[in-house]
Design a binder for this molecule. Structure first.
Ligand code: 5GP
Length: 190
């Protein structure tokens, strides 16, 4: 199988990484395909099963863990499990494409360690924790409890930034998008 490159975007929730990943997916010259994760949470807003995530039950998720069908998985928040199925990477490589991931920092680093040469691991840094809070509240798709859970995790996640290949500061979205495009373009052209 022609194994493409792996592009990991990790960041605390609300950093803007999903927006950046969507922007890159629109660039045909990068030949990217989104790695659809399995998730045990319910769909939010306009999210679609088989496009944004494979929404599965906690029970089903645990079965996949037991059968060792995940490349990586994390209990990102309590009782909210997320993971990359091995079949997902195989599906994308079979298409002759590069894989792009929008996953949490622990999962991102795990992929980097499994495929060190093939992976570009990018950390997206928000301006500040206060700004993160503001963005999550503005999104208003979650309860205050859930938002606070995401904020509490953000400080821990920010400390892992130096372990990534590169850090993009998302202070201005257009600048961050362009920087991300150039980085990925250089890496996939190698
Ligand atoms: P959300 O609930 O906001 O969609 O995602 C919560 C967090 O889980 C985000 O940081 C997201 O990037 C991360 N995530 C999504 N899919 C995966 C995955 O397959 N593995 C890991 N480790 N994290 C994931």
């Amino acid at each position: 199988m022609n194994k493409g490159k792996l592009i990991v975007f990790s960041a605390p929730s609300g950093s803007g990484k999903t927006t950046i990943v969507k922007h890159l997916l629109g660039k045909e010259d990068l030949n990217l395909e989104f790695s659809i994760s399995a998730a045990s949470r319910d769909p939010r807003g306009e999210e679609v099963h088989g496009k944004d995530y494979y929404f599965i039950s906690l029970e089903q998720f645990k079965k996949h863990i037991k059968a060792e069908e995940f490349l990586e998985w994390e209990e990102v928040y309590r009782d909210n499990f997320y993971g990359t199925l091995k079949t997902e990477i195989e599906r994308i490589w079979a298409m002759g494409k590069n894989v792009i991931f929008d996953i949490d920092v622990a999962g991102g680093l795990r992929i980097k360690h499994k495929f060190p040469e093939q992976t570009l691991a990018v950390f997206v840094k928000p301006p500040s924790v206060d700004e993160l809070k503001r963005r999550l509240k503005q999104r208003s798709t979650e309860s205050d409890d859930k938002i606070n859970m995401r904020i509490a995790k953000a400080s821990v996640e920010l400390a892992t930034a130096p372990q990534f290949d590169t850090i993009i500061k998302n202070y201005d979205l257009d600048t961050a998008k362009e920087e991300a495009y150039q980085l990925v373009k250089d890496f996939v052209s190698k």
